[in-house]
Design a protein around this ligand. Structure first.
Ligand SMILES: Nc1nc2c(c(=O)[nH]1)N[C@H]1C(S)=C(S)[C@@H](COP(=O)(O)OP(=O)(O)OC[C@H]3O[C@@H](n4cnc5c(=O)[nH]c(N)nc54)[C@H](O)[C@@H]3O)O[C@H]1N2
Ligand SMILES: Nc1nc2c(c(=O)[nH]1)N[C@H]1C(S)=C(S)[C@@H](COP(=O)(O)OP(=O)(O)OC[C@H]3O[C@@H](n4cnc5c(=O)[nH]c(N)nc54)[C@H](O)[C@@H]3O)O[C@H]1N2
Ligand SMILES: [Mo]
Length: 743
């Protein structure tokens, strides 16, 4: 009212938050627009935030919507490179010139080298790339969708090939008597999505918690047991848990007899890995390992909540995940109330995903660097379509093996920070014939692009919608346009549609009309985009049949795709089959490798590099390598930090807040010391991605190369060491440290 009197035109527009990355539809928000400017945001209580509990609160990132949109770092116009690659000289051009240049390059490259020379970088299956991007690849004829090999799919694949599915959450956390939080970061990775609240409620209700992470995070502080594991050694811990559970006969005999294949071989295998063996590798005393194994086996139902800290970024990741899910299986925690419940969900059909739909039949043969083995990349096993590994694919440009990629599209990813070894990646970006990139903000990889396209933020478009499954049915909500795109920025969806039309593929791309595309996607629900926009709080598409009570122990369904329709204690689904390099066979049983450089693994190195370094991914004040440009967030996290035990810091004469030089065999970086008692004296933990400046606060961005603050400079990237099932790379190494001046 007050505002209306002052002559302000105020609108409240419901849409989804930007905070968990573009096109993630976790939290619904209400955006306040005054006189055409986005000024304020709050949670939409009707949008199933916090798992339907409804609230207007958001996390810190959520509240930054307006600052995010109006950041001084925004890209505003299409640009073409006007200097050498890497020099950073660009010239403004029109959209037509930009898209014509890209389309011509794509056509010429295809004619000269074949379609497989084109690769799309998408470390986390960005929705726009996984739909329109894939469709364009398919029609063009290239299989080279380059996935990170470190974002969750490796983990999921190992779970599916061991127990038949990936458990995400129990049906009801209150029924769970023990939660094992293993390498998962619920405090940061999905703050307002509801899981953290559900866990806290369960703990208040008497549920026990074991937290297995190198740092004492908030959940660890509430845990019955915190096991501060040495980064990258989880496979050893899982093998020792299996050892105790089997040797002490703590397993669920009837489940093992009825539903486990090869249990005796697993028992024989893990006999070699007692707690004393694992204690040496993990740094966790053997009696603690025994105690935790007993707690897991004797507290039913138990749920093991795994995250990106295990399985995705270690070179024995597939073995680690398999071993962890075998613990859940042999303790009888699969598909029981409060345990690892199997929920079948309908996969929403996105156009362009189907391998057979438009892709040439010999596509798999042409993968530049298969992320997983080719035999695994068929539609019956993996509905996202074929993938190559991001890092290995980029390296093809330098090695020419098996052939070099010639054109790259980098949309919604920063290749100098998403993967390892930025200096090597920069060499590849320099050498590649042509790269076009779409981004919302300036980022260092853009210096190497030939054409830079300005993407608008999720608040400036209405081209995508989200679905949440509830017991009553599917809740569908659309991204609404809060404000017009800034300057000449354009939605990623429209950019792809426009490019496809320029390529002459209009008939497959709704002739460039985003609304027609959107309505085709929504047709299955019997609603239109416009109807969704008229229903600000989304539409609940009720189930046709009344919801039935949950059913459990659906073992013949869950295990139906596994050999003998049983849990693979001895893994015949993977074992003896060709690996992703085509150089050997995959193992039948989980094998511990540990970090490429580690206290026990490479003792000779410890003399010079005595400390273990790793990093966390999700942070409540940033997303991946960005949002450091947003003042509210940067104020709270101004500098690249490294957590260090005060005892270690003092040993090196490092005061709290001092800059520290951190050096590994592969490179060096600078971080600001943050004293933290909740970390082992031999471990250091940091966070990647510090290239963005925050102009509004006058805080700099840090170099992405050696001497800056990008932790990915410090890790081993020997491809021979990568996991042979899903190409995972390590994010652990040994380092030495010293105090240093800032510059
Ligand atoms: N706020 C925020 N949310 C995000 C993201 C973000 O950038 N910011 N990113 C999104 C993406 S793409 C992803 S993949 C998910 C990831 O979601 P999570 O898996 O929940 O997040 P991570 O930070 O990778 O969590 C890994 C946890 O494991 C710990 N850890 C690290 N190394 C080890 C180890 O060797 N062993 C064990 N046992 N633990 C270890 C870390 O300290 C951390 O607490 O988050 C998503 N959500
Ligand atoms: N050391 C280490 N490395 C890691 C990880 C780790 O834990 N440790 N985690 C890995 C994981 S799980 C993942 S998923 C990857 C993530 O890696 P990436 O997804 O590549 O993340 P960023 O490097 O932040 O690059 C994202 C880019 O997208 C831009 N952007 C943001 N919003 C939009 C938009 O709406 N449209 C467009 N076109 N661009 C946008 C940002 O400005 C930024 O330049 O990193 C991986 N790398
Ligand atoms: Mo990720």
């Amino acid at each position: 009212m007050e505002r209306a009197k002052q002559g302000l035109e105020q609108k409240i527009i419901p849409t989804f938050c930007h905070g968990c990355g573009s096109y993630k539809t976790n939290c619904g928000v209400l955006c306040y627009v005054e006189n055409g400017r986005f000024v304020r945001v709050e949670g939409n209580p009707h949008a199933f935030n916090n798992w339907g509990k409804g609230c207007t609160s958001l996390c810190a990132k959520g509240y930054t919507g307006p600052q995010y949109v109006y950041s001084s770092d925004r890209l505003k116009y299409p640009l073409k490179r006007a200097g050498e690659k890497g020099e950073g000289k660009f010239q403004r051009i029109s959209w037509d010139e930009a898209l014509d240049t890209i389309a011509n390059q794509l056509k010429e490259t295809k004619a000269k080298y074949g379609p497989e020379a084109y690769g799309v970088l998408s470390p986390e299956f960005s929705p726009v790339l996984n739909s329109l991007g894939r469709r364009l690849l398919n029609i063009y004829g290239s299989p080279n969708f380059l996935h990170s090999a470190i974002c969750f799919t490796p983990h999921e694949a190992a779970a599916r090939s061991t127990i038949g599915f990936l458990p995400m959450a129990p049906d009801d956390w209150l029924k769970t008597k023990l939660i094992v939080n293993w390498g998962s970061n619920a405090e940061n990775s999905g703050v307002n999505t509801g899981q953290l609240n559900a866990i806290i409620d369960a703990l208040s209700n008497g549920t026990k918690l074991i937290d297995i992470r190198p740092m004492l995070d908030p959940l660890g502080a509430k845990a019955d047991m915190w096991l501060p594991i040495r980064p990258g050694t989880d496979c050893a811990l899982a093998l020792a848990f299996l050892n105790v559970i089997i040797e002490e006969k703590l397993y669920d005999t009837s489940f093992v007899n009825d539903w486990c294949y090869g249990f005796d071989k697993l028992a024989e295998h893990v006999h070699k890995f007692p707690p004393e063996w694992a204690a040496e590798k993990t740094g966790i005393p053997s009696d603690r390992i025994k105690e935790a194994a007993n707690l897991i086996a004797n507290t039913k139902p138990a749920f093991i909540k795994t995250g990106n800290g295990i399985g995705d970024q270690t070179i024995d990741g597939s073995s680690t995940t398999s071993a962890i899910y075998l613990i859940a299986a042999i303790t009888g925690n699969i598909d029981i109330p409060g345990g690892h419940v199997f929920k079948s969900h309908t996969i929403f059909p996105m156009h362009g995903n189907n391998l057979e739909e438009m892709a040439p039949p010999n596509m798999l043969d042409k993968l530049v660097a298969p992320e997983s083995p080719k035999w695994y990349q068929t539609k019956d096993k993996w509905e996202t379509g074929p993938t190559s590994a991001y890092y290995k694919g980029l390296m093809s440009i330098l090695t020419g093996k098996p052939y070099p990629l010639r054109i790259l599209n980098s949309t919604n990813t920063n290749p100098l920070s998403a993967t390892r070894n930025p200096r090597k990646v920069a060499e590849a970006l320099k050498k590649v014939d042509f790269m076009f990139a779409a981004d919302t903000f300036w980022a260092p990889h853009l210096n190497f692009a030939d054409i830079v396209l300005p993407s608008c933020t999720v608040y400036e478009q209405s081209n995508y919608f989200g679905i949440k499954r509830t017991d009553e049915g599917s809740w569908v909500g659309i991204f609404n346009k809060v404000v017009e795109p800034l300057e000449e920025s354009r939605s990623d969806w429209q950019i792809y549609l426009d490019l496809a039309v320029k390529m002459g593929y209009g008939e497959y791309f709704w002739h460039g009309n985003a609304e027609t595309y959107l309505n085709e996607q929504l047709a299955g629900f019997g609603i239109t985009a416009e109807q969704l926009r008229q229903n600000p709080n989304g539409i609940l598409i009720k189930r046709k049949e009344p919801s039935s009570p949950p059913s459990y122990r659906k073992y013949s369904t869950i295990f139906k795709n596994l050999p003998y329709c049983k849990v693979q204690c001895y893994n015949e689904y993977l074992g003896g089959k060709e690996n992703n390099e085509g150089t050997g066979k995959l193992p039948y049983l989980p094998v511990y490798k540990g970090p490429p450089e580690g206290i026990v693994e490479t003792p000779e190195l410890v003399k010079e590099y005595p400390l273990i370094l790793s990093d966390v991914h999700a942070h409540r004040l940033s997303h991946h390598s960005f949002m450091h440009n947003v003042p509210y967030l940067r104020e709270l996290q101004p500098y690249p930090w490294i957590k260090i035990n005060p005892a270690t810091a003092k040993k090196y004469g490092i005061a709290n807040g001092d800059w520290v030089k951190v050096e590994s065999l592969y490179g060096w970086c600078k971080f600001k010391a943050e004293y933290f008692e909740g970390i082992s004296p031999e471990v250091l933990m940091t966070k990647r991605g510090w290239n963005q400046p925050c102009n509004e606060l006058g805080l700099p961005g840090y170099s992405i190369f050696n001497g800056g603050s990008e932790v990915n400079n410090l890790y081993n990237t020997d491809e021979k060491l990568f996991d042979k099932f899903f190409s995972q790379m390590a994010k652990q190494t040994l380092v030495k440290i010293c105090r240093c001046e800032k510059d």
